[in-house]
Design a binder for this molecule. Sequence first.
Ligand code: HEC
Ligand code: HEC
Ligand code: HEC
Length: 457
Amino acid sequence: MVSTAAFVGNAQAQDAAGSAALVEKGRQLATAADCAACHTAPKGGTPFAGGYPILSPLGTIYASNITPSKSAGIGDYSLEDFTRALREGVRKDGAHLYPAMPYPSYTQLSDEDTAALYAYFMHGVPAVDKAAPQTDLPFPFNIRMSMAVWNALFLKDQRFTPDASKSAEWNRGAYLAGALAHCSTCHSPRNALMAEQNGSEFLSGGSLGTWYAPNITSDAKAGIGAWSEAELVQYLKTGGVHGKAQAAGPMAEAIENSLQHLPDADLKAIAVFLKQTPAVAGTEQQPRFAYGQPAVSELTLRGKSGDVDAGWRIFSGSCAHCHQAGGTGTDNGQYPSLFHNTATGADRPDNLVAAILYGVNRKVGEHDHFMPAFGDDASFTDRLSDSEIASVSNYVLTQYGNPAVKVTADDVKVLRAGGKPPFIAQMRPLILPAIVLVVLVVIALVALRGRRRRAAR
Ligand code: HEC
Ligand code: HEC
Ligand code: HEC
């Protein structure tokens, strides 16, 4: 006969095993959702202790400490509080979060997955009692209540519903891409109020300031329709596909922190899903990766304009020792070719200029993929000015990439400063006068009504 004590002990052991499995599931989900990317301070910050500055066009937003610390983190959050933060963007104290926290994507997460994430953050993450820096946006963006209006307009507070007409693999890919890995946060364009346009423009490309997350719909020219599933999987796993593309900037971070750790079956599911998204066409004549061919400069330069000549000199001094004089890169693929490269074949120069300004820094497995940042003024002697970056970009575009794209020193200046501010940030100086005007109009209308009423009496 089994004693009661032994029975209880057994159930506890089972409980412990069950919750260990739940915590582990939560850990995997947190990796797929890349919670660490924003909730960990750069350069060796403690995981999930917050403090990563998100340089939004409206000002700097700091990600919170989401360790289970009761004083500085989310130790007081119940499962309901946690779920509300993830799905509705509302903090335990009722304040609204800014959508720099991707709750518009996480809102699709299932109950099961939010519970697993909660178990992980409560039991799998060590508490850190240090508070993250406070976010302090300029007026009127410091009024968190305004996000309630934004949510009413743009938040689709709905769980993911599988599409029965599609395969299980497609549905898994749709859930990963849409809810967890939040690809649309970067790859969908945003409207004037910075809400993702996930209808007919889903994944058709979005500006992140300096970097540009390109169209990854199934369109064969504007998107990734001409990539094979295997190439997409390789790109998501390693960030590099020979003769096509490399991942730098925010995409490199997504791969380094999150995507490289996903099981191959999940990456394949994302690829299957991407290949079946509705195509969004652009003006491209051929795919971004198809542009260009090797060109040894001296031979083809004759008769070209002075800017191209200046660009060639910068190219030979700063770029050719890695990318080779003919732009071919090296055979082992360590240094990529500059033709058949989506950064030079795109119909906008953002990622070429951004790669020169910020370099490439991506650690995948044991491999470091590194290109120096030529825009860096502190640590690097080979700093390039705006006009030098424009010249070398024009040289690279003319010789190896999309020759229709041109770069001016002013373009580089704007990208160096973080890109063109979106409409809402440009409108900031007008918002206060606009509010005053609305109030005056309301007062005038009320006064008028009062007078009419009196007149009618
Ligand atoms: C793209 C960046 C980003 C990612 C990815 C991200 N967060 Fe956040 N999160 C933020 C920012 C920024 C804030 C603070 C926003 C604010 O202050 O309005 C925040 C706030 C929160 C809060 C509110 C905490 C509080 O009381 O202040 C919770 C909970 C949270 N995130 C959980 C998560 C979890 C869990 C994940 C992964 C599933 C995640 N976040 C992924 C950026 C991110
Ligand atoms: C944090 C922003 C961000 C997120 C999240 C993100 N991407 Fe990207 N992605 C980018 C940027 C920026 C580039 C361009 C990188 C470059 O050229 O160096 C890019 C490039 C790509 C490319 C290569 C396109 C080309 O033509 O070179 C693919 C494919 C891609 N992303 C797929 C995805 C998928 C699938 C997801 C979700 C699982 C995703 N990305 C999530 C920002 C992001
Ligand atoms: C020290 C070697 C080195 C130098 C110098 C260098 N690069 Fe790179 N470059 C790299 C590496 C490594 C990569 C990324 C390879 C990878 O991701 O696998 C890269 C990637 C690129 C990319 C693709 C970026 C993207 O986002 O897709 C472009 C474009 C580029 N380099 C242009 C240049 C130009 C222009 C110069 C000169 C101003 C230059 N590089 C100098 C090593 C170098």
